[in-house]
Design a protein around this ligand. Structure first.
Ligand code: ATP
Ligand code: FE2
Length: 325
């Protein structure tokens, strides 16, 4: 079975092609970025429309397959930005109907988890899923990926992008902040906001924006302090989860999983706890079509029945019955 997956929940239009064994045959993408300022949903959606044919052609070429070789078409049905989700949904519907193959709408957050399980070989991890809009600690219990801890306000990637914007960076700011933080030497005290298993970032964000305004601090030190604070919160909550839930694998996935310092902190904690740790490979960390294709294959093999092709902007990870394991 060969699956084609379309990702368009936010800034990235991704088209991936994966086979039944989990081999990624193609993982092409085009990212909507800015030099300055955040992303506007309608502009990102327009980018996806304009780039669709180009990315699709490139994916088929890279995978060395013809459209007739595709057995299923999967798309990210939610959560995400309405305008962007709609582009992927329309493209997937027309492609599936043209090829007369099953259409599979998958949950984007679940796809981030399952691609991490595929690449790590982990069977039953505690997952720290960190991205722009989402920040959750998840583990499988009673047939669903249950949320054991999560952000009470914004996602950690969003936090990073917003503080980056206040320091004059474009979108996404994550990679730039990751690099600059390595040069930071002075830790600036910031609020540490962890509440049981949950965490919050907007107070820290406000504080950093105020510090930027004073013009008294080096950007490197602000990036360093921001990373040390929020990643310590995430590591602390993940450690608490592993202490309470009887699992022995920690998986880091999502766009922010690309961060070198977050990886380092979790690696140290996992070692101290005597549990296995894995991070999703860079090409599969941020939004991508391969993870959507793989999730489609998993669900198709589990006799997926499409109920509704409408997009779901607020579809939660723990609303999905895990039928494919
Ligand atoms: P979701 O819908 O899953 O919330 P998303 O639309 O935010 O996903 P992802 O590609 O999963 O998209 O994550 C993007 C985020 O990852 C952005 O906020 C970006 O700044 C952040 N990011 C990317 N690389 C790094 C890095 N090296 N360090 C920190 N953050 C990073
Ligand atoms: Fe994502």
């Amino acid at each position: 079975m060969i699956g084609l997956g379309i990702e368009s929940t936010a800034h990235t239009l991704g088209i991936g092609i994966v086979n039944e064994k989990g081999k990624v045959l193609a993982n092409e993408k085009s990212n909507f970025t800015t030099e300055k300022g955040g992303i506007h949903p309608s502009k990102a959606a327009q980018h996806h429309v304009l780039m669709y044919q180009f990315v699709l052609d490139r994916a088929l070429k890279t995978a060395k397959i013809k459209p007739k070789d595709i057995d299923i078409v999967a798309f990210a049905q939610g959560p995400g930005l309405g305008a962007c989700l709609r582009v992927g949904a329309v493209a997937a519907r027309s492609l599936a109907s043209l090829l007369k193959v099953p259409l599979i709408g998958v949950n984007h957050c679940i796809a981030h988890i399952e691609i991490g399980k595929l690449t790590s070989g982990f069977k039953d991890p505690i997952t720290l899923y960190v991205s722009g809009a989402n920040t959750q600690i998840l583990a499988l219990a009673s047939g669903r990926y249950r949320v054991f801890g999560e952000t009470l306000d914004i996602g950690v990637g969003n936090f990073i992008d917003v503080i980056g914007r206040s320091m004059g960076m474009g979108f996404p700011a994550g990679p730039t902040i990751d690099k600059l933080a390595k040069k930071g030497k002075n830790y600036i005290e910031l609020p540490y906001t962890i509440k049981g298993m949950d965490f919050a970032f907007s107070g820290i964000q406000t504080k950093i924006n105020q510090l930027v305004q004073t013009g008294k601090h080096k950007t490197e030190d602000l990036c360093f302090s921001a990373q040390e604070t929020v990643f310590a919160e995430l590591t602390e909550a993940t450690e608490r989860a592993i202490a309470h839930i009887n699992k022995n694998e920690i998986l880091l996935t999502g766009g922010v999983a690309a961060n070198s310092r977050l990886q380092e902190m979790l690696k140290i904690m996992s070692k101290e706890r005597g549990v296995k740790f894995a991070v999703v490979p860079m090409a599969l960390a941020g939004d991508n079509g391969a993870m959507i294709a793989w999730q489609g294959i998993l669900e198709q093999k589990a006799n997926y029945k499409m109920k509704d092709t409408a997009i779901n902007q607020h579809w939660r990870t723990d609303d999905v019955d895990v039928t494919w394991l």
